[in-house]
Design a binder for this molecule. Structure first.
Ligand code: MRU
Length: 318
């Protein structure tokens, strides 16, 4: 690490919070990390919806937390709450935590309710991380994809939480971090968090994962999730499905670590999960491009799904 680099453990309220004086939802701008720690104030619901859409705040549980604060903001402002909910609902389609959090706020759109929801997400992370750590053997060399750390959950992290808990128990040798094209959540955010936690890690190009597995350098893969269907099919950052296919070929377990707020029993299987297609310019503005932001990993390729309730093994029935 070079001198002058930022390395810090972020508290939940630094990632997202509601300021009642103003009022405003204040978000850590994840687009600027790791170079700068800058906060953005969203004073209206359209501003907050845009911050979710443009990934100022991102990661399934953190999007839900931001939306919960948004409903409290709308109530403080005296906005039409049904309209506020509609605007926030439309900001990103894949993470089920967004509609889940909106539903949680419907009967009680208060700052206290939103803060309780945020605290509960962080608490779920700690509990699921403790369960997930049981899947690690001494000396584990893990690989992770995207960012499923505190930045993505509002604190502590799901997959990164599992890595932290395993490291605390002395079970983790090091982590390979997929850089996660095109927006580099791994290279920018997960590496930043692992550095702050003092966990040995190395960023790799996404396309290096296969050869790392073939060389015997990966003992397990751990990722988060954006939506888990009733049958265990799981949507996560684009590239997770390729890792799962590679893991099956190499006999390596892939574990999904996610809170129950990411489980969607109303969606029967992966085919019913809406997949966000983002602006092709995030890939290239020089040529025609496609930019699917998520893919679906079939349940059969997931060795276990870990929630705060424990370790679920196939066949899944949520
Ligand atoms: O597009 P993003 O950065 O919001 O996608 C995030 C992911 O895919 C994460 O892996 C997922 O939300 C799990 S976060 C605990």
């Amino acid at each position: 690490m070079g001198r002058g680099h930022l390395s810090l453990e972020l508290e939940p309220e630094q990632i997202a919070r509601l300021e009642e004086d103003g009022p405003a939802v204040v978000l850590l701008d994840q687009r600027r990390l790791p170079e700068e720690v800058v906060h953005v104030e969203c004073r209206t619901i359209p501003e907050l919806a845009e911050a979710i859409r443009n990934m100022t705040v991102r990661g399934a549980p953190a999007i839900g937390v931001a939306a919960a604060y948004g409903m409290a903001l709308a109530a403080l402002r005296g906005d039409d709450l049904a309209e506020a909910e509609r605007i926030l609902f439309e900001s990103r389609p894949t993470a089920v935590n967004l509609p889940w959090a909106l539903a949680q706020m419907r009967d009680d759109p208060t700052p206290e309710r939103a803060r309780a929801l945020h605290e509960a997400e962080v608490d779920r992370c700690r509990r699921m991380a403790a369960h997930a750590a049981e899947l690690f053997a001494p000396g584990t060399r893990a690989l992770t994809h995207c960012n499923a750390g505190g930045l993505a959950t509002g604190g502590y992290g799901s997959a990164v939480g599992a890595l932290r808990a395993a490291a605390e128990r002395g079970l983790l040798e090091r982590v390979l971090v997929d850089e996660t094209r095109p927006l580099l959540q791994g290279a920018r955010l997960t590496a930043f968090e692992l550095e702050a936690a003092g966990i040995p890690h190395a960023v790799i190009p996404d396309s290096a994962a296969a050869s790392m597995m073939a060389r015997g350098e990966v003992d397990l893969i751990v990722t988060g999730a954006d939506r888990i269907a009733a049958n265990g099919d799981t949507a996560n950052k684009i590239g997770t499905y390729s890792l799962a296919v590679l893991a099956a070929h190499h006999g390596i377990p892939l574990y999904v670590v996610a809170p129950t707020s990411t489980v969607d029993p109303a969606t029967p299987d992966g085919a019913a999960i809406p997949i966000e297609e983002r602006d092709p310019a995030e890939v290239t503005s020089r040529f025609p491009a496609r930019n699917p932001a998520f893919d679906v990993t079939p349940a059969a390729l997931i060795a276990a799904i870990v929630t705060e309730e424990g370790v679920h093994r196939p066949p899944y029935a949520f």
